[in-house]
Ligand binder design. Structure first.
Ligand SMILES: Cc1cc2nc3c(=O)[nH]c(=O)nc-3n(C[C@H](O)[C@H](O)[C@H](O)COP(=O)(O)OP(=O)(O)OC[C@H]3O[C@@H](n4cnc5c(N)ncnc54)[C@H](O)[C@@H]3O)c2cc1C
Length: 460
């Protein structure tokens, strides 16, 4: 009782220290900040939600919470899939929703300076108006925030050619745990003065500071892409085709895979005309000046690896429609039942082995697993479908999820390719990192957040 009373007093003190119009206290509103899009993670409504409008207000929020010893969980759009934005009991959520300005687009230096709450797609659209490209395009591009993308080092469909969010972050403004403002990096393309603190904050999942401004590197917009859609009788054939496409020596700008379960679910949601014989689909794009030539060689690689059919298109609307099918993968699987989505990444050469292991796990545990993902990166999202209301089904889903994560490690891969550790995979992180790495990571966190107020319970 006394602990609860202590927390309540501190929350009251925090409210008193902040401008009234940046604090949400209504319990009906607080519950909507209890969780992100993950499953199997704990959910608690925060004690308060803070909605700062400026870096100075973020600084005031953190300095006050630090002084009172109140834990703070930063929230972007809440689209995360690892529970990283789920507040533990008694924590305060700091939302970046109001920090949503595009500060500068410099076409000569090819950079954009943006606040963290800007939705990813808005950044891409704004720079596109200047003939520039910000490549990172997570499946959640229409809802996720740039700050969240940086804090999770988000990937997406472009990574096979362009890399992940972190490859485009040049500089950051970060408010540290005690409210001090830190600037990392620079506007220049090159720069090696001091430790690379920018990279330290990329993927830090709200545990080292609150990112309040991001300077992004941009590219000239490429040619309109050509798209190839190839169907296969089974997953293994598609996996072999992925290897063959990589072996052509030409890098596609997208290489995505969908399995039979995922295709069936998409057909139910938004029919594209795939019949029962389709066991897997590969979606391949090239946006190079030689796109037509590239697509011909990718098509050949597919046909030599048992593709039943391969169609290509240079029409922008048709390409967008084919991509939309990929973006519907998770929403479509959601309709089959409760789901538990994994995010593992293996060396590209071992994608076929991973897929085979997932098929075996599905049979062994008697569960349906939809497999889709960024095959060109070795980053797959096996998604276990189960019935939340039945304990045996729940337990089987969890066993399957763990077996998939284990398989990724055994194949020389990682427990998370892009969604982050969050609260879903903290136990697994200790399996992946050797003791020295764990010690160094804990020391960095301790140095930046000695009172452990930033996102406690997440990651480490
Ligand atoms: C349908 C769907 C498809 C998806 N597809 C992909 C995909 O293809 N690739 C991919 O990588 N992810 C994908 N995701 C996962 C998710 O969208 C990403 O992890 C995204 O980067 C999270 O951004 P957000 O703004 O929603 O962050 P949140 O979920 O709000 O937060 C995520 C983490 O970042 C921290 N954080 C957020 N903002 C800041 C900030 N300003 N400063 C410090 N820390 C901060 C939070 O504390 C938390 O730890 C998908 C999710 C969905 C629902």
């Amino acid at each position: 009782v006394s602990e609860t009373a202590g927390i309540d007093t501190r929350v009251g003190d925090l409210v008193a220290a902040l401008p009234v119009d940046i604090v949400l206290t209504d319990p009906d509103l607080l519950v909507s900040y209890a969780h992100d899009e993950s499953r199997f993670t704990e959910r608690h409504a925060p004690a308060l939600v803070l909605l700062p409008r400026t870096t100075d207000e973020v600084s005031l929020c953190l300095a006050s919470a630090h002084r009172l010893g109140l834990p703070v969980v930063t929230r972007g759009a809440g689209s995360g899939l690892s529970g990283a934005a789920n507040p533990p009991p008694g924590a305060v959520v700091l939302s970046t929703r109001r920090l949503n300005n595009i500060v500068d687009i410099d076409t000569l230096d090819r950079i954009a300076v943006v606040q963290p709450g800007v939705v990813t797609t808005a950044v891409r659209a704004a720079v596109a108006e200047h003939g520039l490209l910000y490549p990172p395009d997570p499946g959640s591009v229409d809802i996720s925030s740039i700050g969240g993308n940086v804090a999770t080092n988000a990937g997406g469909m472009c990574c096979v050619k362009y890399g992940v969010t972190g490859d485009f972050v040049l500089a950051l403004e970060v408010v540290l745990a005690d409210g001090e403002v830190l600037r990392t990096g620079r506007r220049t393309i090159k720069g090696v003065a001091g430790y690379d603190l920018t990279s330290l904050f990329v993927g830090s999942e709200g545990t080292l500071g609150v990112i309040t401004e991001v300077t992004l590197r941009l590219l000239p917009a490429p040619a309109a892409p050509m798209t190839l859609l190839a169907t296969f009788p089974d997953l293994r054939a598609a996996g072999d085709a992925v290897q063959a496409i990589i072996a052509t020596g030409t890098t596609p700008s997208m290489l995505e895979l969908l399995d039979r379960t995922t295709i069936g679910a998409i057909e139910q949601l938004s029919p594209l005309g795939f019949d029962e014989s389709v066991g897997a689909v590969l979606l391949v794009q090239s946006d190079s000046p030689d796109a037509a030539e590239d697509i011909t060689s990718f098509e050949k690689a597919c046909l030599e690896n048992r593709a039943s059919d391969a169609v290509s298109s240079s029409d922008a609307d048709e390409s967008a429609m084919l991509l939309q099918a990929r973006r519907l993968a998770l929403p479509a699987l959601e309709r089959l039942g409760d789901w538990l989505l994994d995010d593992v990444c293996v060396p590209r050469s071992r994608v076929v082995e991973l897929i085979t292991r997932v098929e075996d796990i599905a049979v062994r545990e008697g569960v349906t697993i939809g497999v889709f993902g960024h095959a060109g990166d070795g980053n797959m999202h096996p998604t276990v479908i189960f019935d939340e209301s039945e304990e045996t089904s729940r337990a089987a889903a969890l066993r399957a999820f763990n077996a998939i994560t284990e398989a990724a490690l055994e194949l020389g891969g990682t427990i998370t390719g892009e969604h982050g550790v969050g609260r879903l995979k903290t136990a697994w992180l200790a399996r992946e990192l050797e003791p020295a790495s764990q010690r160094v990571q804990a020391a960095i966190r301790q140095a930046l957040d000695p009172n452990a107020v930033l996102n406690p319970g997440a990651v480490l």
